[in-house]
Design a protein around this ligand. Structure first.
Ligand code: SF4
Length: 541
């Protein structure tokens, strides 16, 4: 579409395509311009998988392979103190992390079983649920990738654009279409956005990653405050159920919460509005510096009024009606753990793995268990949890018993297990400074033993570095990997939250908690909160 430009250019050349700035200003923009990341698939299938790791061109290895969900993982044995001083290629192992995108967190039991088989046969049994409803496998060899794709795609799964400067996995309410209290079922919108735009060359070279969230649940269970574009269920007094539009959220080293545009979007309009927002990002987004290339920087500079004006005037060609602000979610917890009634009389059951760890053998057993209890649908949550849908009333107890036996806690899920998330960390991530998963699991065990009756909602998020994959700035207790006296430690952020307690946490500057002291520190924080809180008060209030 030929545009009449409404928005002014940035104060200096930020590499915005909309103003003719097409000369790449950094290495990422250069390799993206030279060849679309999506094209690397052909080389993986026909060259790299046959000739081995050493044959992979550097721009593909550390760049375009992400467009198909592949990152090199960290070479074992390199401590976090050396991370910052080494060149990226020195940290590369000859194995990959492979991210399987699960749009809407949605998986059939057949899909779950296939991922489990791939995990066991090609990924040393590894599988982690991420806080973006993906499943990540590790130890993947380039030689095995075509066969893995063949098996995943045979059951309707893909790794396409699971990473890279692309439309990443679309978060969706894990209980979409089944929850008794749902405002609107966002499932058709998740499916339409995915079908029309994932793998679409119009959107395969964005300034950086582009994160989407769609939820029609009153619990707003997709962390919409920290996505680039979000559609949150709301009831319009005249137009009925639809979505409230938010843009420009994101964490990392410059955290910003998304802002409302005040616009009401119908279910049918979601894909076009999504394309408008993503189009603005593609055309106006900053491409000069990677550190300023997220949509949040453009939204901060423009403000919501101008952003909406450009969206409607340049991209949609029509005006969106004003809409009401969604009421705050009814509860602090949005993880769906426990047994809940569905609108059709059956039940959904949410279970908590430990810090998202779900080995392939557990996923296979989960698929069998769900089917034995009458379900063929599973969903992943944005809190690294699992929900089994469509369980008949007379199968609920058997399912819960089976989940507990698999280490997927339902009735035994403590507040610490429910509330603790951890990113990948130094075990596999090249950017990590410290360990996260094992330490998060130890922390949960210690806190459960020291504070067995503590049951207030409390989120504890562990990151291996400042990048905030595990959302430290919006946790009650955010723990950011940092060296403390040359040893593993954590910088502390307190009082962040989403939903009822929306806000960026406070950084306790100068405090680095050594890793070994973490249980003592968090125990003190939890005890103080317990002693000082008023009835019903949340940590971040
Ligand atoms: Fe890696 Fe850092 Fe992200 Fe953790 S937060 S997964 S260490 S980049």
């Amino acid at each position: 579409m030929a545009h009449t430009r409404i928005a002014p250019p940035a104060a200096k050349d930020e590499g915005q395509w909309a103003f003719g700035s097409r000369e790449p200003q950094n290495a990422n923009e250069r390799f993206k311009q030279e060849d679309d990341g999506l094209n690397v698939r052909h080389r993986i299938e026909h060259v790299y998988s046959q000739q081995g790791f050493a044959s992979i061109a550097p721009d593909d290895l550390r760049g375009r392979m992400r467009w198909w969900g592949l990152y090199t993982q960290r070479r074992p044995g390199i401590d976090g103190g050396r991370t910052a001083t080494m060149e990226p290629h020195e940290l590369d192992d000859e194995y990959f992390m492979l991210r399987v995108r699960c749009d809407g967190g949605s998986l059939s039991t057949d899909q779950l079983r296939t991922i489990a088989e791939v995990s066991v046969e090609h990924a040393r049994g590894t599988a982690d649920i991420t806080d973006r409803q993906n499943l990540q496998l590790h130890w993947v060899r380039i030689e095995d990738v075509p066969e893995i794709w063949r098996r995943l795609e045979a059951v309707g799964l893909t790794t396409q654009e699971a990473c890279g400067d692309t439309p990443r996995v679309i978060l969706g309410s894990p209980v979409a279409g089944v929850a008794a209290d749902e405002i609107i079922d966002g499932t058709p919108a998740v499916a339409a956005v995915s079908a029309r735009f994932v793998g679409n060359p119009d959107f395969s070279n964005l300034p950086r990653k582009f994160k989407t969230a769609i939820s029609g649940s009153p619990h707003q269970d997709v962390a919409h405050e920290i996505n680039d574009v979000s559609f949150i269920g709301v009831l319009h007094p005249e137009l009925g159920p639809g979505f409230d539009l938010w843009v420009g959220g994101g964490l990392s080293t410059n955290p910003r919460l998304a802002v409302r545009l005040g616009a009401f979007v119908t279910l049918e309009q979601v894909p076009d509005v999504w394309a408008g927002v993503a189009g603005i990002f593609r055309d106006y987004g900053y491409r000069r510096l990677r550190s300023r290339a997220r949509l949040k920087f453009l939204v901060a500079d423009w403000g919501p009024e101008l952003f909406r004006e450009v969206l409607e005037g340049e991209y949609l060609g029509f005006t969106l009606p004003d809409g009401p602000e969604p009421p705050p979610p009814p509860f602090a917890r949005r993880d769906h753990v426990g047994v809940h009634p569905q609108k059709d009389g059956r039940f959904y059951v949410g279970a908590a793995p430990l810090v998202g760890r779900t080995p392939g053998a557990v996923l296979a057993a989960l698929a069998d268990l769900a089917e034995a209890c009458g379900s063929r649908r599973v969903r992943l949550t944005a809190e690294q949890k699992i929900v089994v849908l469509d369980v008949p009333a007379d199968q609920v107890d058997a399912l819960v018993d089976g989940l507990e036996a698999l280490g997927l806690a339902v009735r035994s899920a403590s507040t610490f297990r429910r509330g603790t998330m951890a990113c990948t960390g130094i075990e596999f991530c090249k950017l990590a400074i410290v360990e996260t998963k094992a330490r998060g699991a130890q922390l949960v065990a210690e806190l459960e033993s020291r504070l067995p009756t503590f049951d207030h909602p409390l989120t504890i998020n562990l990151n291996g570095c400042p990048n905030s994959c595990a959302r430290i700035q919006v946790a009650d207790v955010g723990l950011k990997g940092a060296l403390a006296g040359g040893e593993d430690g954590y910088q502390v952020h307190l009082g962040g939250g989403l939903g009822l307690t929306g806000g960026i946490g406070r950084t306790l500057r100068g405090l680095r908690v050594p890793a070994d002291d973490l249980p003592d520190y968090v125990e003190r924080v939890a005890r103080r909160f317990d002693a000082q809180r008023h009835e019903g008060e949340l940590f971040a209030q």
